[in-house]
Design a protein around this ligand. Structure first.
Ligand SMILES: Cc1ncc(COP(=O)(O)O)c(C=O)c1O
Length: 366
């Protein structure tokens, strides 16, 4: 019996009857885009995030692009971000016409290094986008302090970290804008594409709301060039079924991470680190080894899922070649990209399965 890297079906099958009923109610209601379920989901998420205003959008990538525009970032501006992320983070910056400035990450958490952010600020810097990579919160207090000293905006890309927290602050409650994705493999999933923008205040949320609908409040007057980036009712209703289970799912993920540690994975691979005071939600469980390919091949032979995430960091991607970064310039991110391997992680993983994965790693490189 193989062990999958993630198991979306195990997550939704126990809730299947509830999901069917919720979908049925949307079909019966006959309202499919930006209706009562989207508003209710925005309210449900807001209630978990200090009542900050939330705006549902079509996906987590649009959430970032719209956030940048809402904060008046555009052509000629620089946005400092991490090279160790999914491409969408950097793509959103380029899409809006700004220039991504990549700086190195912290060796333990793989999130952006605040000292490197501070060192990269120029007169053109307009914003910072930290990413809560793999579910570990970026060092938001340090980043907010730097931003406030230099008059910069902060957009936290929290696509992978719904429910994580740091020093008592839940992800989503810090930062001028925080963005989420409901892509089906995310730790807070939908059953298709979806995203959410969380804004620091009502004015900013109003601008985001306008941008998601062609730059218009009322479909009559068009105030700026926006997007068609609406969340649909089916995604919202299913996300609302999942939301009450999120904390249990995140706790299960944390338990699985502890089992990897207890089973001795640390003898063979560098374990993902946690900053003191942070609650990592392990959207992905990424351990590191110089023998990554040997391990990956051995696991694959046994039907155990393992995958490389972000094997080429953003500063070395062909699309950003014109920015002139070369190999070796951001060594910590490059080391994570070269050695990181995601091992099975999902809320229904058992201790026995984790032990089997560790035994397989041990026999590959022990
Ligand atoms: C860190 C990060 N940012 C942004 C995104 C984009 O989200 P979406 O796929 O919903 O557009 C993703 C997920 O794919 C992500 O992992």
């Amino acid at each position: 019996m193989g062990i999958p890297l993630m198991d979306i079906k195990a997550q939704y099958m126990p809730l299947r009857a509830q999901i069917d009923a919720a979908i049925g109610a949307v079909l019966d209601g006959g309202r499919f885009i930006l209706g009562p379920e989207v508003s209710a989901l925005e309210g449900d998420v807001s209630a978990r995030l200090d009542d900050r205003p939330c705006v549902g959008v079509a996906n987590g990538t649009d959430a970032l692009v719209i956030a940048l525009q809402a904060l008046d970032v555009g052509v000629g501006d620089e946005v400092i971000t991490t090279p160790y992320t999914f491409y969408a983070t950097a793509e959103a910056i380029a899409r809006i016409g700004a220039t991504p400035v990549f700086v190195d990450v912290d060796p333990v958490t793989a999130t952006i290094d605040p000292a490197a952010v501070a060192a990269a600020i120029t007169s053109k810097t307009k914003a910072i986008i930290p990413v809560d990579i793999f579910g570990h919160p970026a060092d938001m207090p340090a980043i907010m302090a730097i931003a406030s000293a230099h008059g910069l905006s902060v957009i936290e890309d929290a696509a992978q970290s719904f429910g994580a927290s740091d020093r008592g602050e839940v992800v989503g409650t810090v930062g001028d804008i925080v963005t989420f994705s409901f892509f089906p493999t995310k730790n807070f999933p939908g059953i298709g594409d979806g995203g959410m923008v969380v804004a620091r205040d009502g004015d900013l949320a109003d601008r985001v709301r306008r941008l998601r609908f062609h730059g218009s409040k009322d479909k009559v007057v068009f105030e700026e060039v926006g997007y068609n980036s609406r969340l649909d009712e089916l995604q919202a209703t299913v996300a609302r079924v999942f939301l009450p289970h999120l904390d249990t799912w995140n706790a299960n993920r944390r338990n699985a991470a502890a089992w990897y540690r207890e089973a001795g994975l640390g003898k063979y691979m560098t374990l993902p680190g946690e900053r003191e005071g942070a609650t990592h939600v392990y959207h992905l469980y990424v351990a590191r080894s110089a023998e990554r390919e040997v391990i990956r091949a051995a696991l694959s032979d046994l039907g155990i899922g393992a995958a490389v995430y972000y094997g080429i960091p953003m500063h070395l991607q062909p699309v950003f070649a014109h920015l002139g970064y070369t190999s070796g310039t951001l060594p910590v991110a490059e080391e994570h990209a070269e050695h990181g391997l995601a091992l099975p992680m999902h809320p229904h993983l058992t201790k026995e399965q984790v032990e089997q994965v560790v035994a397989a790693v041990a026999s590959a490189v022990g």
